[in-house]
Design a protein around this ligand. Sequence first.
Ligand code: GAR
Length: 210
Amino acid sequence: PKRIVVLISGSGSNLQAILDQTLDGQINGKIAAVISNRPDAFGLTRAEQAGVVARLLDHKAFADRESFDAALIELIDSYQPDLVVLAGFMRILTPELVRHYHGRLFNIHPSLLPKYKGLHTHQRALEAGDAEHGCTVHFVTEELDGGPLIVQAKTDILTGDDEQSLQQRVHQLEHQIYPLAVQWFCEERLSLSGDGVMLDGELLATTGYQ
Ligand code: GAR
């Protein structure tokens, strides 16, 4: 089984979805540790309840981003992960960290990238009058929310949707596609190849969108 380290800052519902599938065997992997940068992240409790190592690395204890990320790399590497999964980890990463985990660092983002990088994605999709919205799992590269896409899920925006209803529906979709991408990686079906993603030997997507 592959070794997975999951980074969180909050509720950890995506962590839970992945954790459940490692426990029931759908993912050929084991979560070696969960690391939060926030002491109050409920995901730490989820990890503890499942008997998974839960570690806090509080960014407020560090003078700058570089020293925090250096300590984070050291902590992550102490668990020797094959894959590092960002699951609601609300920190911008240094280029050093991103490069260190090249080809084995995933993120999930609550929009149909390349649309709506950054924050407040649901509100922005509503304000733009979009017909659809969704979420994206992607490899992390140095460009914020800009790495090659692995998988997306879409939902129609309905009359009467507000930020909360849309957020809830997208969250449900996240819980489907994130474990799926982790499954593929753990079965060695998925890799980053140059600017593209290979799934079962086929090129899935190219990057470079701005
Ligand atoms: C998810 O909706 C995820 O897409 C988002 O944070 C939420 C975490 O939920 N991530 C980002 O916005 C990254 N910029 P969770 O803690 O319940 O998994």
